[in-house]
Design a binder for this molecule. Structure first.
Ligand code: HEM
Length: 204
């Protein structure tokens, strides 16, 4: 099973050697942290799972599915002058933002479990902050068109387009968290790992 198969299973992690007790200065702490991460590269399994898989990547389908379509319908409204497209966008934004807030809750649970001082923590913070800004911009866009959703005007549509661009950046950071920094990946994951529903370690 290649590099990922390390001799330390979960219940033996307490046996991880402490190199010395003088974790006083920064250099020592840095060395200790790097060594611990090298000995156990899967320190952050998802804490919020459904049927064995992280909930956050499941729930992000709502904002990342509905909000881009809302922006598309706004653009069709601009192109055709037909208010029906803007009205549909109005409802898509409402459900997209509510779905995003729910997704953000479970993303935050996973982010809180990421060890401090790691690149994953920094990328996670940036990812979360940008996504909160994205939700705020779409919420403002929705709020500004409340009076007559069929005639939103230009500002709410521009806010949606800007927010979509930011969501793209945040989405890339989210992918970096999983595919590059292994956040949310099961310990010992490999191509022949057992079924997640067995609750057995992926290493077994
Ligand atoms: C609406 C808001 C959000 C969206 C659309 C979103 C989107 C994403 C995407 C696209 C990924 C990568 C998933 C994949 O490639 O399968 C991801 C992963 C992740 N996001 Fe978010 N995110 C949002 C809010 C947040 C917030 C507020 C946090 C907290 C800081 C957060 C923390 C994470 C974490 C820790 C991961 C790694 C996978 C996991 O452990 O679940 N996300 N997110």
């Amino acid at each position: 099973m290649g590099k990922a198969s390390l001799p330390f299973s979960k219940d033996r992690r307490s046996e991880l050697p402490r190199f010395c007790d003088c974790e006083k200065d920064g250099v020592h702490r840095l060395v200790h942290r790097r060594l611990r991460l090298r000995l156990n590269p899967f320190p952050m399994q998802s804490k919020a799972k459904f049927l064995g898989h992280p909930l956050h990547p499941i729930l992000i389908a709502f904002p990342l599915g509905l909000l881009p379509v809302a922006v598309l319908f706004d653009c069709i409204h601009l192109g055709t002058g037909n208010g029906l497209w803007a009205q549909i966008a109005y409802y898509l934004i409402a459900v997209g933002v509510l779905g995003g807030l729910l997704a953000a809750l479970f993303g935050t649970i996973d982010w809180l479990a990421i060890p401090a001082g790691t690149r994953a923590k920094r990328i996670g913070s940036l990812h979360g902050a940008i996504n909160v800004a994205v939700m705020a911009l779409f919420a403002l866009s929705w709020w500004l068109r409340r009076a007559d959703p069929t005639k939103p005007g230009l500002l709410p549509i521009v806010l949606g387009i800007v927010a979509l661009g930011l969501a793209g950046v945040a989405g890339w950071l989210g992918g970096e968290l999983i595919y590059r920094l292994s956040v949310g990946v099961d310990e010992g994951a490999h191509l022949d790992a057992s079924n997640s529903l067995t609750h057995r370690s992926a290493r077994d």
